[in-house]
Structure formats: structure tokens, C-alpha cells
Design a protein around this ligand. Sequence first.
Ligand code: NAD
Length: 317
Amino acid sequence: MTIKSSHKNAGSIRRAAVIGSGVMGAGIAAHLANAGMRVVLLDVVPQALTAEEEKQGLTLADAKVRSRLASAAVARMGKAQPAQLYDPSWASRITPGNLSDHLSALGDVDWIVEAVVERLDIKRDVFALIESVRQPGTIVSTNTSGLSAASMAEGRSAEFRQHFAVTHFFNPPRYMKLVEIVPAADTAPEIVQLLSEVCERRLGKGVVIAKDTPNFIANRIGTFGMLVTLEETLRFGLTIEEADALTGPAMGRPKTATFRMLDLVGLDTLLHVVDNVRERSTDAVEQAAFARPALLERLVAAGRLGEKAGAGFYKKV
Ligand code: NAD
């Protein structure tokens, strides 16, 4: 298939938009900006200000994007950066804003990365919105953890679908080396190739091309492992700290012990990911393995969504 695209190589991707400024969107925007791209980072206007945002004097319209950006910045600045990989002017290349006021910005970029909440209905609405302003040739990718690429692209034009794929970054996007690229049925091979080059050459990632199966490769395996760890922790009456001591440093993973990792991921996001495999699986054993853990449901219902909410399995002090 030959497609008409203005993007001939990885170097021609200069302007990007990231939609969703949560845990992943803010981190992806920071990483793209650090690689030299100009980035608009857009989110919906929140219903209310948090106490922290009120203290900072933010308005409702800029609260979410600005505060998320600030925390991404702090996380990045706080860690040692190899000098050759770190460009201190990265933040000046990011323009945060709310989606409704800045929709037209999506008509003026080379690559749009969708990183909104893991719900098919919401993502599909976002792609319809993107299509209403996107210029032909603009690449669109989604950071979904494992929703069906084919379902997300449904209803979009053939030209949109040719330029659409999954680019699944891992958390935190700055440090995790892997990106899963998942083509949907109509994604043009040239776009898969181009996205691979951008991720590898511009963003310093290792790429695997995965099939459009529930949760792709890494999350299918990783989420299963996390659910088993949760189940065994409860079965043996371990504390969260004990389970993390066993599944973290003792296994050579000082920073990614199970429950710390789940708090970083977001417990609501984890539930969406678990639901996705269970609802799309036709295998009874797999459906049982991906049942919703009651403890996880209780934490999410209580608003303990993880680090982004100030508390999850751990409480931030
Ligand atoms: P999050 O809950 O931290 O952020 C989601 C953001 O989307 C919120 O800021 C929310 O306001 C915004 N949003 C919701 N509806 C919107 C809309 N209609 N338009 C614009 N913005 C909207 O979630 P996250 O953890 O950043 O996850 C984002 C995506 O990345 C999901 O698809 C998730 O599965 C995927 N992902 C998450 C992780 C992780 O570890 N958290 C890792 C890899 C991939």
C-alpha cells in the first residue's frame, strides 16, 4: 500500500500533541520535548481544584495540565541524568492547555499521541474529535495499555486508519526502555516503520511490534504477575511492605517492587487493564485469572488511586 504522507523519516517529526496530561501523558510530553520536539499537552478541564492547586493559585482551566507538568518536571529533575541525554530547555518546548480551547492546535502538528483514561468509549470520542481537526498525513497513536487497536480506529476514515497505531510507552516513560508498537488492520507499513524509527532513534527506546491482542505482550504477562502477587500476599497474610521486600530488592528490582509499582501505575488504570483482558478473553481459565480483586475495588472506590491521588496501597507522607 502506498500512502501519501508528508513524513519521510524520523527527523521530520518536529511538532507533537499529547492528549491527556496524567501519569503517562505528562511524562511522554516531557520525553518528546527532551528529544527536541515542540509539544502541546492538552487535557479536559477538571471539575474542581485540588487544595494543592488552590494553594498554587491556579485557575480551573489550567490546573490539571500545569500541575501534572510540574510533577513530571520534578520527577525528572530529581534524578541523575546523563548529560548527553538531557536538554535542560525541554520544558520551554511544552505548551499546556485545555482541549476545548486549543483543539485547533491538533491541526498543526506531525504526531498526535492520545494518553487519556483507559476507556474505549472515551478514547473513541477523542479520536472522532481529532479527526475533525487533523490534517491528512498527521500520525495518530494511542498509549493504551491493551485496548483493541481495531476497535479504537472504528468509524474513522481510511486515511486516518492508515496513519493510526498503538505506541505503548511504559511507566515512567522517561526511563522505561520498551515501546510496544501495535498496528491495527489498516495501519500502513510505512507508518509502523516511521514510528519505530522515531521511538528508537529520537526517543532512545527499544521497540517490539506486537499483535492487536488484549493487553498486547508485556501487560498481559505483567498484569497477571501482579494479580498473583496480590493474591499470594493476602493468602499468606503478608504486609504490603513485606511483599515489596520480597518482590523488589530481593529479586533485583529495588524501584519496582509490586505494590510501589501498582501505586505508580494507578489502581483505577490497573482495574481497566484487568477488565480488558477478562472481557475480551474466550478462555475460562484466563477469565478467572483476570477477575477483579476485591481489595483493589475497595481502594479505588475509596479514591485511593495510587501516587496520583496521594494514596493507594501506600499513603504518601
Ligand atoms: P491518568 O488517570 O493518570 O490520566 C488520564 C488523563 O486523561 C487525566 O488527566 C484525565 O483528565 C484525562 N482525560 C480523561 N478524559 C479525557 C478527554 N476526553 N480528553 C482529554 N483528556 C482526558 O492515566 P494514565 O496512567 O496517564 O493513563 C493514560 C493512558 O496510558 C491509558 O490508556 C493507560 O492505560 C495508559 N498507560 C498507563 C500506564 C501507567 O502505568 N499508568 C502505563 C502505560 C500505559
